[in-house]
Design a protein around this ligand. Sequence first.
Ligand code: PRT
Ligand code: ZN
Length: 286
Amino acid sequence: MSNILRVAIQKSGRLSDDSLKLIKECGIKFNNGTGKLKSVSTNFPMEFLFLRDDDIPGYVADGVADIGIVGENVLVEKKQEVTLEKKLGFSKCRLSLAVPKGEEYKGVEYFNGKKIATSYPVILQKYLDSKSVEAEIHEISGSVEIAPGIGLADGICDIVSSGSTLFTNGLKEVEVIFPSEAVLIANKDLSEEKQRTLHKWLFRIDSVLEAANKKYILLNAPNDSIDKIISLLPGMKSPTILPLAEKGWSSLHSVINEDEFWEVIEQLKEVGAQGILVVPIEKMIR
Ligand code: PRT
Ligand code: ZN
């Protein structure tokens, strides 16, 4: 048996670009010729299979691939026995119920006795059961959003991202039933050798994901406001402080959360920080 870890990724679609980007950011090189079905890494014991996303959970469960990247919505819908190793933070979306705009909607009981079109019958049925709602599920494989308009169903259950598809089809989102993002899944019986390779990759993924949400910040400040600034910028351990040529001033280096950035900047200016530089971090190892 080969010790090369086989990774299933989507051939072309909403997961492909970000899956390839993550692999690249982890320093794993391979030749991604268009139209290829398979590719071997030149610097990591890994090879890639390019597949339709719907087939990925099954192939990983059967051991055709060792691991794979797929939307959590597809993973749960396919009911395959695999391990969810990591949520990857991209291709975020939600599976939602929607009804025609003009309908009066007061709660999920609305769907009692109604017909719902969806490509996700498993997740939808589980949700309806949990709410004790009895509805008829009409499974269709695509263009779910047109079903109410052509009289095929009363409502739909479909993936929503910006909401513009619902809007242009005269529908409104009434319940979010399953938030989803890309996940890394693995076969349940990986050899020890393959598990070691997987863990090496997971370590790299962690440093990439950690860095994505952080920024490196550099600023100049009068020495007497340094304590205040440190309390605003706890950083990884504590900020680096270097004296400036100008007497009474220092340069501070630290790390901040992307989400807290604007709020912190305001406060830093208030306590006298100047020349604030914020730069992206490529990798971060704690
Ligand atoms: O060909 P293959 O079978 O491999 O791909 P696919 O066409 O089945 O899947 P693809 O590439 O469309 O989506 C892959 C995964 O991306 C999905 O399983 C989700 O986990 C995730 N994802 C993220 C989305 C969306 N965002 C999304 N917006 N999947 C689908 N959509 C569709 C949705 O079905 C609806 O038609 O986009 C429309 C809604 O988008 P908004 O922005 O108008 O709300
Ligand atoms: Zn698909």
